[in-house]
Structures are given as structure tokens and as C-alpha cells.
Design a protein around this ligand. Structure first.
Ligand SMILES: [Zn+2]
Length: 301
């Protein structure tokens, strides 16, 4: 064998083990958007997710490693509607990356593509973490995901025009599977209609709106503030008159308050994955919805 031939074989073997060169560097603020980018891009994007399902997305530190990721990003995909107001603007400025500034194609804000619920009529910060643009926890309604997927695929095609057809093709495939899954979820979740629940934080509003669950109380006395003893006692008294089926919290919420109320009101607690990675089964967006409904149906007796 000639040296040249040996070299060619070695090179081919080396190339075979290298990952495909990612065209698009994406920084996603929350796991649900990281998962959606992966659905739409496949191996054409390298996705880094800034937060995990065990972190409160309102409260993230703009640490240097995140700033470095923002510096190299071609596209930043976030919720917006002020969910990341405490840390994303810092990432944008500190990264000095012109591509990902607000208003640029490299900054994608999911919340701007859906109708928001709980838009305050009067803005009073004394009422807690009130978001002037409405409730930002938009990802647990499948119709929101559908609209955002369409807009995101378009944006990816704009930012990375060479792969436009690839993104559009994958979007069509994803939307087809998503529509089928949505029909199945609606059928399975029919018994949840009217189910009364207490939530930890107002982060299930869009899920409740979609499936007709009734939110009869919140553990937080005000959005974003930890539950207080006096508020919990009041809530317990109120449940005596208006009972709930379960106390529901997200994987990232401290379980203490829901367990306190659960023991006294004698209703089960339910931990929901809330986003991708929150439970073993919630390994992608489909698993997130499957597991969320299964857990709620499991206590709705
Ligand atoms: Zn919130």
C-alpha cells in the first residue's frame, strides 16, 4: 500500500467519526426551545441550552460561560415576554455579538408569536413579578408550539439560508407528527376538564386554558415570591369550601409548600416535568406532553 493510500484511508476513517459540521450555533434560553430547535434542525445545528428543567427560568445568573456561548451564537431562541428580563439583556450586551441583539434576525422571541393570557390591565409591581406583556409560560399549549415552530423554521431558514429547504422539510414533518399527537392528547385528557388544582406558581395557565383545568389557588402569595405561612393557612381554609383534586408543582419548584398543603388538605401532590428534562419520560417535547397528561390523569380520580 502506498503512503498516499494509507493516508487517504486514515483520513476517511477520521472523517467518519467526526460529527457533521454544524452550520448553525444556537443558544436556547429554556429546554423547550432547545428541543424545538433540534426537531427542526436535526444535525444542522449545534444547540446549547442556558437553563435546565430544575432551574427557575426567571432567576438565572448571566455567568461568564453563558456569555461566551452568547458570543458565538448565530441564533438565540428565548421565550421573551420578560421571562428572562433578569439575565438575557446582560447576555446580549456582554456578549457584544451584533447578530443576537433584539430586533436582529439572530434573536428569536417565541412569545411574540402567540396570544398571551393574563395581560395585566394595570401594572403594579407591588403585586409581585407581574409581566406587562402577559403570562410568559406559553409552552404547555400545543397550538402555541405549532405557531412557534412555523415561525422558528422560517427564522432558521433566514439566518442559515443554505439549509432553508432542510429546515422547512423538517418543520413539515414535525408539524404533522405534532398535529396527530395533539389530537391524541386532547382525547386522552378529556377527563381533566374541570379538574380543580392548586398550582405552586402561575406557570400552568396555558395548559389549564387548553384542557379546561380549574386553578383554584396558588402556593405563592404573589407571583415569584416564596409561599408564606399565613398565605398557606388561608389557602387551606379556602380549600375546605372549594376543594381541589391536587397540588401541582413544576420539577424546579421547592416541594416543601406543596407537601405541607397536601398533608393538611389530604389531596395528592403532582410534580410535572414542566419542560424537557424535568422527568425521565420528558426527553423531548412529545414526551413532555405525554408525561404531563399521564401524571395529571393519575391523580384525577
Ligand atoms: Zn412566572
Amino acid at each position: 500500500m502506498t503512503d498516499i493510500l494509507k493516508f487517504v484511508i486514515a483520513l476517511a476513517a477520521w472523517l467518519a467519526v467526526q460529527p457533521a459540521l454544524a452550520a448553525l450555533n444556537v443558544l436556547a434560553c429554556e429546554p423547550e426551545w432547545g428541543a424545538l430547535v433540534s426537531e427542526l434542525a436535526g444535525d444542522k445545528a449545534s444547540v446549547y441550552v442556558a437553563t435546565s428543567a430544575l432551574q427557575d427560568p426567571h432567576r438565572i445568573e448571566a455567568r461568564p460561560s453563558l456569555i461566551a456561548r452568547a458570543r458565538n451564537a448565530d441564533l438565540v431562541v428565548c421565550t421573551g415576554a420578560e421571562l428572562e428580563v433578569g439575565w438575557l439583556p446582560l447576555l446580549q450586551t456582554q456578549s457584544a455579538n451584533p447578530k443576537i441583539q433584539t430586533g436582529q434576525p439572530g434573536y428569536f422571541e417565541a412569545a411574540s408569536f402567540v396570544a398571551k393570557l393574563e395581560v395585566p390591565k394595570v401594572l403594579d409591581r407591588a403585586q409581585g413579578d407581574i409581566h406587562p406583556g402577559g403570562n410568559p409560560h406559553i409552552h404547555l399549549n400545543p397550538y402555541n408550539i405549532q405557531k412557534i415552530a412555523v415561525a422558528l423554521a422560517e427564522r432558521m431558514a433566514q439566518v442559515d439560508a443554505r439549509e432553508a429547504a432542510h429546515y422547512q422539510g423538517r418543520a413539515r414533518d414535525f408539524l404533522e407528527r405534532w398535529r396527530q399527537a395533539t389530537a391524541r392528547w386532547e382525547k386522552d385528557a378529556a377527563p381533566l376538564k374541570g379538574m380543580a388544582i392548586v398550582v405552586h406558581h402561575k406557570n400552568l395557565t396555558y395548559l389549564n386554558d387548553w384542557l379546561g383545568l380549574r386553578q383554584v389557588g396558588e402556593l405563592e402569595s404573589r407571583p415569584g415570591l416564596p409561599p408564606t405561612a399565613s398565605h398557606l393557612s388561608e389557602l387551606l381554609a379556602r380549600l375546605g369550601k372549594e376543594p381541589a383534586k391536587a397540588v401541582v408543582r413544576a420539577a424546579y419548584n421547592d416541594p416543601q409548600a406543596s407537601e405541607w398543603l397536601s398533608a393538611r388538605a389530604k389531596i395528592p401532590t403532582v410534580m410535572l416535568p414542566f419542560t424537557v428534562g424535568g422527568t425521565d419520560r420528558a426527553k423531548d417535547l412529545f414526551g413532555l406532553y405525554d408525561d404531563t397528561l399521564a401524571r395529571l390523569l393519575g391523580v384525577n380520580r
